[in-house]
Write a protein that binds this ligand. Structure first.
Ligand SMILES: NC(=O)c1ccc[n+]([C@@H]2O[C@H](COP(=O)([O-])OP(=O)(O)OC[C@H]3O[C@@H](n4cnc5c(N)ncnc54)[C@H](OP(=O)(O)O)[C@@H]3O)[C@@H](O)[C@H]2O)c1
Length: 400
């Protein structure tokens, strides 16, 4: 173990770190990555110091991380981080969880790092760390850590180790904890679906969550009715239907088909009118009424997204006469309250991935290299707000 003496002038170049994350100049020496003078790791992060449109408020901040780690800290190198709708809402200031603004990274204004999910490789560990070692892959235990950054200092209890990374890609690991876990828990935690008998229906079926629900449903023997928005052309709509059927969807309808008399009749025919026990609502708005009306007596509608940005309106009779139960689901609440369950759910989904039973959502990879300019990163992130996208935006870290 080498002890480095850091001259006062060089120490002054490092950003002001809090006491908690302040370097311990006399303990472990970490491996250099993009190294600066005296072995400092050069790092970048997409930060914001006020809420607003990501293309206005995000900025790329460069800072240094000391080669000496406090005994209870890990240095992580980021491999892949998705851009989820919630990340954008968080930066806009319209999401319920808001990471605190701090000066930990030495930003001129107190700020937070964007992003909530990702796959990281352990670069070096402090002397007291036992549960992970250099080279391991980890994900964040809780949301709100701030993942759009090339490197991070974390504590042992901030991370969940991926027990077996063999056969997995950073993209698969970096996108497992939000969408697939949400689909998994919504299918399991609200009502009991009988395999080979019961059905669920969902809108936003081509979303990350929707695709995960289709595949888990297929794996567990639940039939699914999947609602998508009509595409610009009939060919595009058919192509999207085929994509979801190939993933394991039992039926796929467009919003307009669902609203037609024939659509409703088909659903009664397929489900026997009594086995459609669960609805998953990604969209909200008036269009969700048609979906809710198809549910069987006593079924459950679980709302997890509001992509239409419209309130959900429900005919009173569905509550009184059909006894439909309405709930909301928020994966952050679940994962913060049940970290062990999160680990088990993540490992189960990754096992299915490794076995080829759980396919990736289509990705639009955005490479983040050391020289990638702020405007490129911000442009890519802002673009993820658009509908009818061909894939989920994921930042993939290159020579950072
Ligand atoms: N509550 C939770 O714990 C939780 C967890 C994960 C995700 N979510 C939420 O779930 C939603 C989907 O997230 P994701 O990451 O799966 O999304 P995603 O993969 O980016 O897909 C977005 C989905 O929303 C649809 N969409 C976009 N704009 C729409 C509009 N104006 N009206 C109707 N549908 C629209 C898209 O359909 P097109 O292809 O037709 O545009 C697509 O199906 C988001 O609201 C997200 O915040 C919630």
């Amino acid at each position: 173990m080498t002890t480095m003496l850091i001259p006062r002038a060089v120490r002054a170049q490092a950003p002001a770190l809090s006491k908690e994350l302040a370097p311990n100049y006399g303990s472990t020496v970490c491996r250099r990555w993009k190294s600066g003078p005296y072995g400092y790791t050069q790092a970048k992060a997409l930060v914001y110091s006020k809420y607003g449109d990501p293309s206005n408020v995000l900025s790329l901040h460069t800072h240094s991380i000391s080669p000496s780690l406090p005994s209870n800290q890990l240095l992580l190198r980021t491999l892949a981080t998705p851009i989820n709708p919630a990340d954008i809402n968080q930066i806009q200031g319209v999401y319920p969880s808001r990471p605190p603004f701090t000066t930990l990274l030495g930003t001129p204004e107190p700020s937070a790092v964007g992003g909530n999910e990702g796959c990281f490789q352990v670069q070096s560990v402090g002397s007291a760390i036992k549960s992970v070692q250099k080279g391991d892959w980890v994900i964040m235990k809780n949301t709100g850590f701030g993942t759009w950054r090339t490197h991070a200092l974390a504590k042992e209890n901030n991370v969940l180790k991926i027990e077996d990374k063999e056969g997995l890609s950073p993209l698969q690991v970096g996108t497992v904890s939000v969408n697939p876990c949400t689909a998994y828990r919504m299918l399991k935690d609200f009502t009991t679906l009988e395999p080979s008998q019961d059905w669920f229906i969902q809108n936003g079926a081509n979303s990350g969550v929707g695709r995960a629900a289709i595949q888990l449903g297929r794996e567990w023997g639940y039939s699914s009715i999947n609602i998508i928005r009509d595409r610009k052309t009939a060919e595009d709509t058919e192509a999207m239907k085929k994509e979801l059927l190939d993933l394991g969807a039992t039926k796929v309808l467009t919003e307009s088909e669902l609203q037609s008399r024939e659509g409703a009749a088909h659903i009664i025919d397929w489900t026997g009118g009594k086995n459609l026990k669960l609805g998953l609502n990604c969209v909200g708005g008036p269009q969700t009424q048609a979906l809710t009306k198809t549910l069987s007596q006593g079924a459950h509608l679980v709302t997890y997204g509001a992509m239409s940005k419209q309130p959900l309106s429900v005919p009173t009779g569905l509550l009184i006469f059909k006894d439909i139960k309405f709930s909301g689901y928020w994966v952050s609440r679940w994962s913060d309250a049940h970290p062990e369950e999160k680990k088990k759910t993540v490992e189960e989904i990754l096992t299915l991935t490794r076995e080829g039973k759980f396919k990736d959502v289509p990705f639009q990879e955005m490479r983040w290299d050391w020289g990638t300019e702020e405007s490129v990163l911000k442009g890519g992130i802002a673009g993820t707000l658009e509908g009818f996208r061909s894939g989920k935006g994921v930042l993939v870290y290159g020579d950072t």
